[in-house]
Design a protein around this ligand. Structure first.
Ligand code: TRP
Ligand code: SF4
Length: 400
């Protein structure tokens, strides 16, 4: 019913590193060629944890945008924007908050975890509790169907779906909905109308999800429907409500995970990161001093790649002949660790070359990034305003 939009965001709380590139950005870059995408800097989300130190947000926002562009996000295909420049996110967040049970927010696993993990910060705030609800607004304001995220975010997406369902249930009533929906069914033509009603019954009475999917696919193909009728037919499949907000789905990033230099999760705060635009000498230095299998003390000691973080880099960066060379050479002490690390250095430097090149124009002329984001903010706002018009109307706020 709505185009298959993709929405995702990142918090500007520091600079981007290769872990972000392999864990998220590569996936975004792939998606932008397939579907309309909106990617944004989640500055309000950063404030929920960095309210006492907002300077880092300001510093990281533009750097992060340059990093995205450097990595290959293409502003001619993708809408790039800054969350706080689209204040409709906040309006939707507020309106959703009215009907969101506190327990839903308190039960989100990241909530208690983060409060415990970041014990040096007082996160017992209203804003932090609302984090996943703000995230729900970020996605639903664009009626996005797909949200590329890491697996830690899956509970947030699940809660979003419940929020959308609850919203549609509470506010999706339309006067004369049933009659209007029945009329719309007729407009499908007799053959399709019959199939539609059969699939609807199969879904509603027998709970067959495939029937629902099949009916939705059929509606996607039906050309001659008005937008209103199409919406009604989607809503009528699942009940007797209009679908005002769309239930989004998580799209998990493929497993290519790059750990930090010490084998733990790559993170600037652990001091084990390689920045996205790290200069080549520094890349070489960092890889050369990277820890290896601790059992390989001397060059003549055989090693075990399974205990070595360098091997995990080879799994991301090397082809299978190189990987075979590493495994054999390591376990037989046929190669030294410095030798083993060279292909990784070469591959990272090669990966980063086009990133440095693309970044250069934006570093030379910062107004280019400002212009891209200004356009993105406008485009995002137009979409957000469309949704808000429907939301306000559904909630009875469209006073005239
Ligand atoms: N919570 C996400 C993270 O920590 C960032 C984020 C904010 C986001 N709003 C979003 C991701 C909307 C996807 C969609 O990484
Ligand atoms: Fe690690 Fe390679 Fe050294 Fe083996 S040879 S311990 S895989 S760096």
């Amino acid at each position: 019913m709505y185009p298959d939009r993709v929405v995702s965001g990142m918090r500007p709380t520091g600079s981007m590193h290769l872990g972000h590139y392999h864990g998220a950005l590569k996936n975004w870059i792939k998606l932008q060629a397939e579907q309309p995408c909106l990617f944004f800097v989640a500055d309000w989300h950063a404030l929920t944890t960095h309210y006492d130190d907002p300077g880092v947000i300001e510093r990281s926002t533009w750097e992060m945008l340059i990093d995205w562009l450097a990595a290959g996000i293409d502003p001619s295909q993708t809408t790039l924007f800054i969350q706080s420049r689209v204040p409709e996110h906040a309006e939707l967040h507020l309106l959703l908050s009215m009907a969101t049970p506190l327990g839903w927010l308190e039960r989100v696993p990241t909530y208690k975890d983060q409060i415990d993990n970041l014990s040096n910060k007082d996160l017992a705030t209203y804003g932090f509790l609302g984090y996943p609800l703000l995230q729900a607004a970020d996605v639903m304001i664009y009626r996005a169907s797909l949200v590329p995220v890491g697996d830690d975010q899956v509970p947030h997406i699940e809660m979003m779906r419940e929020i959308a369902r609850r919203f549609n249930h509470l506010y999706g009533k339309e006067k004369g909905f049933e009659e209007k929906a029945e009329k719309a069914v007729k407009k499908l033509g007799s053959k399709r109308a019959k199939l539609y009603m059969e699939l609807r019954t199969e879904y509603q009475q027998d709970g067959k999800d495939e029937a629902l999917e099949q009916a939705k696919a059929m509606l996607d193909d039906a050309q001659n429907l008005s937008l209103g009728d199409r919406e009604r037919l989607f809503g009528y499949l699942e009940g007797s409500r209009k679908l005002i907000l769309v239930e989004p789905q998580a799209r998990l990033t493929a497993a290519s995970r790059l750990p930090g230099l010490d084998g733990r999760k790559m993170s600037k705060s652990y001091g084990n990161a390689i920045a996205l635009r790290e200069d080549r000498d520094s890349v070489a230095r960092k890889i050369r001093t990277m820890p290896t299998d601790p059992a390989r003390v001397r060059r003549t000691d055989p090693g075990d790649p399974a205990r070595c973080p360098v091997w995990q880099f080879h799994q991301v960066y090397s082809d299978s002949p190189t990987q075979a060379w590493v495994r054999r050479g390591c376990m037989s002490a046929g190669i030294g660790c410095i030798e083993c690390k060279q292909p990784v250095i070469d591959a990272i430097v090669k990966e980063q070359e086009p990133m440095h090149e693309r970044a250069q124009q934006y570093l030379d002329d910062p107004s280019l990034v400002r212009a891209i984001v200004a356009d993105g903010n406008d485009a995002a706002r137009r979409l957000a305003q469309d949704t808000m018009r429907d939301v306000r109307e559904a909630m009875g706020l469209a006073y005239t």
